[in-house]
Design a protein around this ligand. Sequence first.
Ligand code: SF4
Ligand code: SF4
Length: 222
Amino acid sequence: MLEEVFADIQADLRYDHELNGCLNCGICTATCPAAHYYDFSPREIVQLLWTENLEGIYDAMQEKIWACAQCYTCAARCPFGNSPGGLVMLMRETAIKHGMESAKNVLRPFSRVMLKLVSTGNQLSPDMINPDGFADWGPNISKIDAPLQLLRNAIPMPTLNTTKTAWEVNLKTSVELYTIWEDTGVLDQLETIDENLFDVISDIMDEKREDWADFLDEQDDD
Ligand code: SF4
Ligand code: SF4
């Protein structure tokens, strides 16, 4: 199992590009915002991979790798040209591929976002960001609760100064997105992580594809 996980991380085409060696100098950790707040160190992650510490890699994938903010400050600073943030990304993708419990736990709160994205083409419309819409986010939601209609009116672009228009996505675009998600393996990953959500989303995709086929038939008839 540990060998298989590491082999998957290493097999990614990006791996050799992201990891060139490691001086263990700690510059990446010194500049890492996540390291300031969490029990997380990009230096430690890179060392685990560089020394092929399979058990340590697997342990880090249980929790630590999910602390990274993917800001890539580390990649800009590393004297070896490593990208610790990029390596974390590979580890995350591998955790998803293997259906690891840590990946399921981290991604579970995003299932509603994913469902919205797939069914409407948008994640959110701005007017949904309020305490009623996000009761499960707790008191912090109030920090971004604002008079959106008023704020949007101050935005000059006509397509942005409403809380509604950003919500509508063309049917053809939705169907094209489904093809991309299928061909790039996103849906396979979703099935590994959350089978129920995958089933719901598959039904929505089938329906929209039928609608699109009906629309095309109607055009042919005209
Ligand atoms: S990844 Fe780069 S910056 Fe971080 S400890 Fe290794 S050599 Fe130093
Ligand atoms: S990409 Fe991740 S590891 Fe790198 S500096 Fe940002 S938070 Fe830290």
